[in-house]
Write a protein that binds this ligand. Structure first.
Ligand SMILES: *Cc1c(COP(=O)(O)O)cnc(C)c1O
Length: 353
């Protein structure tokens, strides 16, 4: 920290992203990226014309991408906002809507970070013992943000439970972060037509395989979308670059490809989950592209290290309640086979130790 850093930021605790090693010898199961490339339509849409057009500023509303999303979900463009990754969308949503907020004690790590950055008064609501989130534990007046499925547990709530909470108090906004929804949970997105106090946030980083592109989105009433634009146009009107606008749209237009890769992830997840159970692992009922697992014979931190020594990166959170768990992204089948092999070796080594 330099002596010049503003007093305002001296207490700030930033988010710590998962490791992105530059040599590709690791099997990377630590940041929930898709192991498959994005739709071939994305590659096809990088034309020379698009490159030449980079001399021009982007069209500031991101209307190509917005229109693709509107078509995909059967809503109007006025109900869609797009931005530079859903982390930025989340940041703008915090700025626009949240002076106070409630969220789970175990959830996406950016919520506490943004609460700190934007001086939002946060109330952490403990998950139940089995890591389930119960909205009855949340008060009826404070805005709520939740990841559904939750991270890093992968547990999903059904839309009717969330709808009940929306109806409880229509003056209070509920923000649902659906980064992982395409891997087997049910989306609350159709509810934006009925409920003006619902904002749904999505990303192309997971199910569309575009984490490197940085394209995120929000869905809600046209008035909520206007509020997000108020923040955006007060901060960076060109947050969505020209290529992202075109490439993200191409990915979204290829619905079949997305459904295909999600199906592949789900079937790999089912298989690996079963095998891990047979090896004595405890795990949550994950509807995301990762598993959240622990084994009573080996500590989370040590497991992380041993996997790393065997060339496999997974994610460990060194914090109470979950420090015995590992979050393991679902990779390709052969990557997961190598992961299983390493797990078996480690369990054997522990037995003989
Ligand atoms: C990965 C993730 C995001 C961030 O996605 P980007 O669009 O890549 O910024 C947001 N929320 C949750 C819960 C995530 O896991």
């Amino acid at each position: 920290m330099s002596q010049y850093l503003s007093e305002r930021w001296k207490e700030l605790t930033p988010y710590v992203p998962g490791e992105q090693p530059q040599n590709q010898t690791f099997i990377k199961l630590n940041t929930n990226e898709l192991p498959y490339p994005p739709s071939p339509a994305v590659r096809r849409s990088i034309t020379e014309g698009e490159i030449d057009n980079l001399r021009l500023y982007p069209e500031p509303d991101g209307n190509i991408f917005r229109q693709s999303l509107a078509d995909y979900y059967g809503i109007s463009r006025e109900q869609v906002y797009v931005g530079n990754g859903s982390d930025e969308v989340l940041a703008f949503a915090f700025m626009a809507f949240l002076d106070r907020v409630q969220y789970a004690d175990i959830t996406y790590g950016f919520y506490p970070v943004y609460s700190g950055l934007f001086k939002c008064e946060a109330k952490e609501i403990p998950l139940r013992k089995d890591f389930s989130l119960n909205l009855d534990d949340y008060d009826a007046v404070t805005p709520i943000i939740l990841a559904n499925p939750n991270a890093p547990t992968g547990i999903a709530l059904s839309p009717d439970v969330i709808e009940k909470k929306l109806l409880e108090n229509t003056e209070r906004i509920i923000i649902v972060d659906e980064a992982y929804v395409a891997f087997g949970a049910e989306s609350v997105l159709p509810l934006i037509k009925k409920h003006d106090n619902l904002l749904v946030i999505g990303t192309t980083s997971k199910s569309w395989g575009l984490a490197g592109l940085r394209a995120g989105m929000a869905f809600g009433s046209p008035a909520l979308i206007q509020d997000l634009n108020l923040i955006k146009y007060s901060f960076n009107s060109y947050n969505l670059n020209r290529l992202t606008n075109v490439l993200a749209a191409a990915a979204v237009d290829d619905k079949e490809y997305e459904e295909d890769v999600c199906q592949k992830i789900i079937s790999t997840r089912t298989r690996i989950s079963k095998e891990l159970t047979e090896l004595g692992f405890l795990q949550t009922d994950s509807k995301a592209n990762f598993l959240f697992v622990k084994h009573e014979k080996i500590r989370g931190k040590i497991f992380l290290q041993k996997l790393r020594e065997k060339g496999i990166l997974v994610r460990h959170f060194d914090r109470p309640k979950i420090d015995e768990y590992l979050r393991v992204s679902i990779g390709r089948d052969r990557e997961m086979d190598q992961f299983l092999l390493a797990v078996k070796e480690i369990l054997l080594e522990e037995q003989n130790a």
